[in-house]
Design a protein around this ligand. Structure first.
Ligand code: GLA
Length: 347
């Protein structure tokens, strides 16, 4: 195990951004940058031993700053959507930034994603990023002290450990928004990847991608990934749910959620022999098929075309502040939010 550190770039505002690269004995190599506490690349050996970067994103800081669609980044303090541009806590209404269609909030307006975090190595296989937001930024309550530790193991797992504490009662729901392509970032679309999601139910949404509150059975729908199937098999099915979002972009309710780490999803690329197993202690996982990607220039100057990467964003369900029946992610002042997500690679 080893960690090296290099200079990744300077933001337009002049802040230096560092990159940490952790390497294990099996030649897996993960690079993390302080901008957005982001995963910048993950090299995994394929079945011929050739290293493939299985994350779609950017080689340069300018991409993360100006062209980002959350590639590799942490989204938060509340990932995913909040409707109505506001929420209420104990009778106080907090108006939020409405960065999607001028009516709703997506990924907290990019707050965590576009922040330069403090980065620090812990030992020879982990990096911790920290950031304390000011109370009220973008209307969002709570000076939340957030810490995200990425640990690479000799078992080829990248472990993401989140710890947040707010000085005020607030919603806390960060995620990592890496776009994966297990064929390599430059290998085209992800439609032939085979996916399993251990979820019997998902949260259907309206045309604005806001959940109705219903937990719908996946059985008999294109959302049934309980047996592995190619991502592309049903993605063009003309059902209302896939029309609403232009392809998969839904929260799945992980079966048997009990706040302990459990396997939530498995993606397999047969061409390279690389698989990804996602485990989490959170109740939901957003499977987003990269439907909105439309050719922005990414690594090696190549365009990130529609569906050239997929995201498996572990989370509390979207719009939880407006859905009292969803598992709650409202934390008291001083109450610790802790969660873990593991991206385990098999090759
Ligand atoms: C999440 C959302 C998608 C999209 C992406 C960023 O995955 O669910 O709808 O907004 O982020 O483009």
């Amino acid at each position: 195990m080893s960690i090296t550190k290099d200079f990744f770039g300077k933001t337009a505002a002049g802040t230096a951004v560092e990159r940490f690269t952790i390497t294990n004995q099996n030649n897996m190599r993960v690079s993390l940058i302080t901008y957005g506490a982001s995963i910048q690349r993950i090299f995994v050996p394929d079945k011929t031993g050739t290293l493939r970067d299985v994350t779609v994103g950017f080689d340069d800081l300018e991409g993360f700053e100006n062209r980002s669609d959350y590639q590799g980044a942490i989204a938060g303090p509340y990932a995913n959507r909040i409707s109505e541009g506001a929420f209420v806590i104990d009778g106080t209404t907090y108006p939020l930034v409405k960065n999607e269609d001028g009516v709703k909030t997506l990924h907290s307006g990019g707050e965590y994603t576009h922040t330069v975090w403090q980065g620090k190595e812990s030992g020879d296989n982990a990096v911790t990023f920290s950031y304390t937001r000011p109370d009220g930024l973008n209307g969002y309550p709570g000076a939340i002290a957030a810490e995200i530790t990425y640990t690479l193991t000799e078992g080829n797992e990248l472990v993401l450990s989140y710890r947040c504490v707010s000085d005020k009662k607030t919603y806390i729901n960060p995620t990592n928004h890496t776009y994966f392509n297990l064929g390599g970032f430059d290998s085209g679309d992800i439609l032939s990847h085979k996916l399993t999601i251990h979820a019997s139910r998902f949260t259907p949404v309206n045309e604005a991608s806001i959940p109705s509150g219903e937990l719908r059975e996946v059985a008999g729908t294109p959302f049934d990934f309980r047996q592995q199937k190619p991502i592309g098999q049903d993605i063009e099915h003309p059902c209302e749910q896939l029309q609403n979002t232009g392809g998969y972009d839904h929260n799945f309710c992980i079966d048997g959620w009990n706040k302990q780490l459990r396997e939530a999803a498995v993606a397999v690329c047969e061409e390279t022999g690389i698989s990804l197993v996602v485990s989490t202690d959170l109740p939901g996982i957003q499977f987003y098929a990269g439907n909105f990607l439309k050719g922005i220039i990414g690594k090696s100057g190549l365009p990130m075309n529609r569906r050239c990467g997929f995201c498996l964003e572990t989370q509390y369900y979207p719009d939880t502040p407006h859905q009292p029946s969803f598992p709650s992610c409202l934390f008291d002042a001083g109450e610790e939010y802790r969660s873990q997500t593991v991206f385990a690679f098999r090759f």
